[in-house]
Design a protein around this ligand. Structure first.
Ligand SMILES: [Zn+2]
Length: 577
């Protein structure tokens, strides 16, 4: 049952962020704000800033940001609900729960989380006792420090080792958690035996599953990699190995490298490339990509250099296509065929790997290269097949810039015009918008971000925004609408509470940008009223030109009288004087 929004507001009003942080990170007064050396990244001069009036913090060094709730989550590793409960306890509030008719997402069963954590602890303790497992990790260049960071463990050989930890070993709970297997005869035994164990964490740091790798020389004993089965906690296609541990490094680097294997992620981290996550032995799914682009807008896929790795890259691209937005940078790093990321970084080190990253191939280049080398484009048949291949790809692309680029390029390769390509492949009207529209697109991200900034600074402004006058196609408009609805439903909402509620709706990048902007605004000198007016005027003008762009696309006989009048006005104003 979700916690009602008004309670979050009340809680954030009652708690003082300065107290909450000062208890664990001593703060110093600096002008209107408080500062400290950032607890989330290493630094010598303080850039971690806490605003007592706005009740949120922002680090100008690493971008960490949030309210009191966010601080507890990030600093103590608490989940959202735990953080809310912790704060409520401090100020003597009881957390109410509202019933909801919306389908509730399967929630982690606390018992099952406990079971997984106990198993993880056990495996870790066993690693110290296994010379073979330690030798394996050392052989792969993994230090004790990195093994501890990833909480790597070892499941000993033998059939019922977990009996040591769980007195109710036969219980269904362990089977449901995927730790034991029940044979048809009803015999219960450990799923993971004689394997190096990699715990898989969710975004809050809970152990939700395991990957087990067989030791060198024991390959007869089953598959090389064995994952936990899918459970209520663990859905492979949703999770990314290492994301919890890497989230800070990803934020600092502004980039993430996606690899296939646990050991690839561990090895890269060992060599100083900490902004890395691994898919869990499946194709990279669109949910995984969505999760990543909430953190950064520069994603590099780096799979093995062999044909299987190339296949994985192609599938990742297919799943990424509908997710691509202009401004999001997706690229592919192809290693030499004899290498995987693990072996590559061990051979060439951090510098070598980062050099290779510079040569990652952008998605558009990769796509064109792949589909054009599959067919002989000197023949008619080859060009037809190219078009057939391109159709499902082009249909999935939502990003106007990328879509246009690829349509042009593919039309060229096939020896047809862009218009012919579009009608042949039954692609919707060209994503190439008239100049006016592209002007809208160019300016708009800045404008909507600016609007969000003003709304967060003074939420009551939301009542004065005429959403219908703003072009609905602007990026982030869904966030703007969400903010307006939230304020209308809760007119006295504070900036901090609004920011907190935005976490579910807006990307991590956008939230970070907004807190940084708000932190640097000087409430004394900032003339919010005139800024707001100027911005609303700009947005309305864009709204008009956006309409115009869509009018220009319509056949003349479909225009309404009003649209014709608008067009006449525009033509007149565009004529040279
Ligand atoms: Zn920081």
């Amino acid at each position: 049952m979700p916690i009602p929004q008004h309670f979050i507001q009340e809680l954030l009003d009652r708690v003082d962020l300065v107290d909450v942080i000062d208890r664990v990170v001593p703060l110093k007064k600096a002008g209107a704000n408080y500062v400290a050396c950032c607890p989330f990244h290493r630094e010598k001069t303080p850039s971690f800033t806490v605003s007592p009036t706005k009740q949120f913090y922002h680090c100008f060094g690493c971008g960490a940001h949030g309210t009191a709730i966010g601080f507890l989550m990030e600093h103590q590793g608490l989940g959202f609900i735990e953080a809310v409960e912790d704060l409520a306890r401090r100020v003597g509030l009881k957390v109410p729960r509202e019933s909801s008719d919306r389908p509730v997402k399967l929630r982690a069963d606390p018992d099952m989380l406990d079971v997984m954590q106990r198993a993880a602890n056990y495996y870790r303790s066993q690693l110290k006792r296994s010379e073979r497992a330690i030798a394996y990790l050392k052989g792969r260049g993994v230090s004790g420090e990195i093994a501890a960071r990833f909480q790597i463990g070892y499941a000993p050989s033998g059939w019922q080792n977990l009996r040591e930890v769980f007195s109710d070993y036969e219980s269904v709970a362990l089977t449901t958690a995927g730790l034991t297997i029940r044979s048809e005869e009803g015999r219960v035994y450990d799923r993971f035996r004689d394997r190096v164990m990699f715990p898989i964490h969710d975004q809050r740091g809970h152990v939700i599953g395991f990957g087990g790798r067989i030791l060198e020389g024991a390959e007869h004993a089953g598959p090389k990699y064995l994952n936990s089965p899918e459970t209520v906690l663990f859905q492979k296609g949703q999770e990314l190995y290492g994301l919890f541990l890497a989230r800070r490094a990803i934020r600092e680097a502004g980039r993430v490298v996606v690899v296939e294997g646990y050991m690839d992620a561990v090895a890269l981290t060992q060599h100083g490339i900490e902004y890395v996550v691994a898919t869990l032995g499946t194709a990279t799914t669109s949910q995984q990509i969505t999760k990543l682009v909430r953190h950064v807008d520069d994603v590099v896929f780096c799979f093995d250099g062999d044909p299987a790795g190339r296949g994985a890259a192609w599938r990742a691209m297919m799943n990424a296509l509908p997710m691509v937005k202009d401004g999001l940078k997706l690229s592919f790093l192809f290693l030499p065929p004899e290498h995987d990321p693990d072996s590559y970084v061990r051979a060439f080190g951090q510098e070598g790997f980062e050099d290779a990253l510079k040569n990652a191939v952008p998605l558009s280049v990769y796509l064109i290269r792949e589909i054009s080398t599959r067919h002989d484009l000197t023949t008619q048949e080859g060009r037809v097949r190219l078009l057939n291949d391109a159709q499902p790809l082009l249909q999935q692309i939502q990003a106007p810039g990328l879509g246009l680029l690829l349509r042009k390029r593919i039309a060229e390769l096939a020896g047809v015009t862009q218009a012919e390509l579009e009608s042949l492949l039954k692609l919707g009207p060209s994503v190439a918008k008239p100049r006016l529209e592209s002007q809208v697109a160019r300016q708009s991200p800045v404008l909507t971000r600016e609007l969000l900034k003003l709304l967060l600074f003074r939420p009551s402004l939301a009542t004065r925004v005429d959403v219908s006058a703003i072009p609905p196609t602007l990026p982030q408009m869904e966030v703007v609408r969400y903010v307006i609805e939230t304020v209308l439903a809760q007119p006295d909402i504070s900036s901090a509470a609004l920011l907190e509620s935005l976490r579910v709706m807006a990307s991590e990048k956008l939230c970070r940008y907004l807190t940084e902007q708000l932190m640097t605004l000087d409430a004394q000198t900032f003339d919010i009223e005139s800024e707001f007016q100027a911005l609303m005027n700009k947005l309305e003008r864009l709204g008009h030109s956006g309409n115009l762009a869509s009018i220009l696309e319509k056949p003349l006989h479909q225009l309404t009288e009003q649209e014709k009048a608008l067009l006449r006005n525009y033509r007149r104003s565009a004529e040279p004087k």
